[in-house]
Design a protein around this ligand. Structure first.
Ligand SMILES: *Cc1c(COP(=O)(O)O)cnc(C)c1O
Length: 295
């Protein structure tokens, strides 16, 4: 599929989920299938990249540089976008040099990979480090890890429209950097409640970050405790959940993000943390390419 299939905002289908538990608690659960917008740039990454690529072109930058782990959905999407828009890309990858299907795709789409040690990677947002990169690549446009910047948030404001907001009591999304979450909150117009499910353990700081980014909005909630042991960690229960969801709903979930959110939603329904009778929209943020890499 070429560039003509990548519209912004893309057309996204909504799918209703049927399940005994939902019936029992009179819950309406729909899924916004961002995973289906494009076979390669799936999910929220397209929304986060769109305005960044526009801005890079406006500034007449000649390449795009970003950061990520070895299984990064973000680097994968960026490499493909660079390929489509004919903009060279550089991916700075956390950790020692490795190879896997994600990175092979990136290379195939022309991304240059640079591996940096974890200690240096931790400093990736420091002024000194960024300045050094800018000096070395004056013709490059820098996108933070995960597309976590103001233009990333701006793109995520296009995920839902007003009509969709009005239809649901709760809109649920997994949280990595929180960029998608902030875009949703800021475009909600105060309607509905946005629930975020962090997929990593140390998630307290994200509460603070989001509070600052979403000043003036109170219609959001972070559900800690559904990370299944931490970022990239899985459990037997999570793998079973993915299996059952695929069999029953014909929806494949990725183990890093969407599966943790969906399992969290089901648990909140069961424990009535989500009130019976609620209408919920869960956002399938994509990321299925990552499933190939882990074991
Ligand atoms: C990157 C990613 C997320 C996290 O999005 P943030 O905007 O960083 O919070 C969620 N789901 C999937 C599938 C992703 O690839």
């Amino acid at each position: 599929m070429g560039i003509e299939h990548l519209k912004f905002p893309p057309i996204v289908k909504v799918q209703s989920i049927c399940h005994d538990l939902l019936e029992k608690h009179h819950i309406q659960l729909d899924m916004l299938r961002l995973d289906s917008i494009h076979p390669t740039i799936s999910g929220n990454k397209w929304y986060k990249l769109w305005f960044n690529i526009q801005e890079a072109q406006r500034q007449q930058k000649k390449k795009l540089i970003s950061w990520g782990g070895a299984f990064s959905n973000h680097l994968h999407a960026l490499a493909y976008a660079g390929h489509l828009f004919s903009i060279p890309t550089i991916g700075i990858v956390r950790g020692e040099q490795v190879m896997n299907q994600t990175l092979q795709d990136c290379i195939r789409w022309g991304m240059e990979l640079m591996f940096i040690d974890r200690a240096t990677y931790r400093n990736k947002n420091s002024t000194a480090y960024i300045q050094a990169i800018e000096e070395k690549h004056p013709d490059a446009y820098l996108i933070p890890e995960g597309g976590h910047n103001a233009l990333g948030i701006a793109g995520c404001k296009f995920i839902l429209n007003e009509t969709q907001w009005a239809n649901y009591d709760i809109c649920a999304v997994p949280i990595g950097t929180g960029t998608t979450f902030c875009g949703l909150v800021q475009s909600s117009g105060g309607v509905s409640n946005i629930w975020g499910f962090p997929v990593f353990k140390q998630s307290e700081y994200i509460q603070q970050e989001i509070a600052e980014a979403c000043l003036g909005y109170s219609n959001w909630l972070i559900q800690h405790g559904f990370h299944e042991g931490g970022f990239g960690k899985t459990s037997v229960a999570l793998m079973q959940f993915i299996q059952q969801f695929d069999t029953k709903q014909c929806v494949l979930l990725d183990r890093v993000y969407t599966a943790k959110m969906m399992k969290g939603i089901f648990e909140c329904i069961e424990t009535q943390i989500i009130k019976p009778g609620s209408k919920i929209l869960a956002i399938h943020t994509g990321g299925l390419q990552g499933n190939r890499s882990v074991n």
